[in-house]
Design a protein around this ligand. Structure first.
Ligand SMILES: C[S@@+](CC[C@H](N)C(=O)[O-])C[C@H]1O[C@@H](n2cnc3c(N)ncnc32)[C@H](O)[C@@H]1O
Length: 384
């Protein structure tokens, strides 16, 4: 159910609209009407007291206000003494996440109203109907969301339209991520799956892709002439994978299935690229990266041996970012592999290419400079 927000317009007419936040932000405690006259300092004071600012002015001015509020919050963090000294990477990461969450909460209180046709009706507002419909589907009345979240929907819509190049699938091949589905923008790991040597038995035994997302790894395996069963526990991911596989003309070789981890049966190759940071996601959108207690990773390693045909291989794609952040140790990972009745056949490493971070104090940026992504080739541990 979407909470209903009410307010009175300047001419005294009462209004109401449903609160919608795909990022899972709670509805504001109260609403204040705001327009082009509002400055960033006053806006920050209002949102810090739990008030949502419902924008009535020019759309581009709302964007400028959001940027100004963001700059002020950033400046507070840069003040001398704002960053405690002597923290280990895990504490610094936890603090960084908490500050990011607080920032998202405050900036997420600059709000816009859309009508039932997903139109903004503000001066200089773009047409956001397709972006909003892709993420929210049809709605039955006016609704309110944050400008920040709406900008995210617009960005996701542009990525979906334009597509993400996947050179491993061909020179002009594109994958179109849907809203909220993990996007293979950092494509190095896809290349690893395209190039790693296939186990000899795989052509008879078929392959599984666990947590298929956009379907990109299932597509790579299908292009390597394998029959693939691909699972995901998110219906949105399966719909996205179905569209991508059809557009790449690889859908005949791939069966999609909603499942918690493995489909029934065995396969000669089982590939999985689980979320790689053991931390609580701040919103459902982050759950492809953050996974509390490495649930998917541990589930994959615990169940792999039972689903692998004799002579088959499990390919685990995993970044070691969590190790650099002090959130998981290499010994823990090797322990889970051993406890799963598995052995490491080989490990193929690649260095992810990151956009340069502007924030030298960001513990993620420091850890990313050292990060490696690996394809772990796992097999049944020999008995005895
Ligand atoms: C990091 S993304 C990888 C997506 C895709 N395989 C890729 O490499 O681009 C992890 C995916 O696993 C899915 N997932 C998470 N937990 C799952 C589970 N228990 N069973 C099946 N899929 C799961 C998520 O929905 C997400 O699509």
């Amino acid at each position: 159910m979407h909470p209903i927000l009410t307010w009175t317009a300047a001419d005294g007419t009462p209004h109401q609209a449903a609160w919608r936040s795909l990022a899972g932000h709670p509805a504001p405690e109260r609403l204040l009407l705001a327009d082009d006259r509002l400055g960033a300092d006053a806006a920050l004071r209002a949102v810090e007291s739990g008030t949502g600012l419902l924008w009535q002015g020019d759309y581009l001015n709302a964007r400028h206000l959001l940027q100004a509020m963001s700059r002020r919050l950033e400046a507070r963090l840069q003040r001398p003494g704002a960053q405690p000294a002597g923290q280990g990477p895990a504490e610094a990461f936890a603090r960084h996440r908490a500050l990011q969450g607080e920032r998202a909460r405050l900036l997420g209180r600059l709000l816009l109203r859309l009508d039932a046709d997903h139109q903004l009706g503000l001066p200089r507002a773009p047409d956001v109907a397709d972006a909003a419909r892709e993420a929210h589907g049809p709605v039955d009345g006016p609704w309110i969301t944050s400008l920040r979240e709406l900008l995210g929907l617009i960005g996701a819509h542009e990525w979906r339209k334009k597509g993400v190049p996947v050179p491993a699938l061909g020179r002009k091949a594109l994958v179109h991520p849907h809203y909220g589905v993990f996007s293979p923008v950092r494509g190095e790991y896809v290349q690893l799956v395209a190039e790693a040597p296939l186990p000899a038995i795989v052509h008879g035994a078929g392959a599984f892709d666990i947590g298929t997302g956009t379907g990109v790894l299932a597509a790579v395996l299908a292009q390597r002439k394998l029959r693939v069963t691909a699972t995901d526990n998110q219906p949105a991911a399966l719909a996205c994978a179905a569209e991508n596989l059809a557009q790449l003309k690889l859908d005949k070789r791939v069966t999609l299935l909603q499942a918690d981890l493995f489909p029934p049966g065995h396969a000669g190759l089982i590939v999985c690229n689980p979320p790689w940071v053991p931390a609580t996601p701040a919103s459902p959108l982050e759950s492809a990266v953050y996974d509390p207690d490495s649930r998917m990773l541990r589930g994959f390693l615990a169940g792999l041996a039972a689903h692998l045909s004799r002579g088959g291989e499990g390919w685990l794609i995993l970044s070691d970012l969590a190790e650099h952040l002090g959130l998981r140790s290499r010994a823990e990972l090797l322990g889970w592999i051993e406890a799963g009745g598995l052995c490491v056949i080989d490990r193929i490493d690649t260095k992810p290419v990151h956009p340069k971070s502007r924030d030298a104090g960001d513990p993620l940026a420091i850890a990313r400079a050292q990060e490696l992504t690996s394809l772990w080739r796992l097999g049944h541990r020999p008995k005895g």
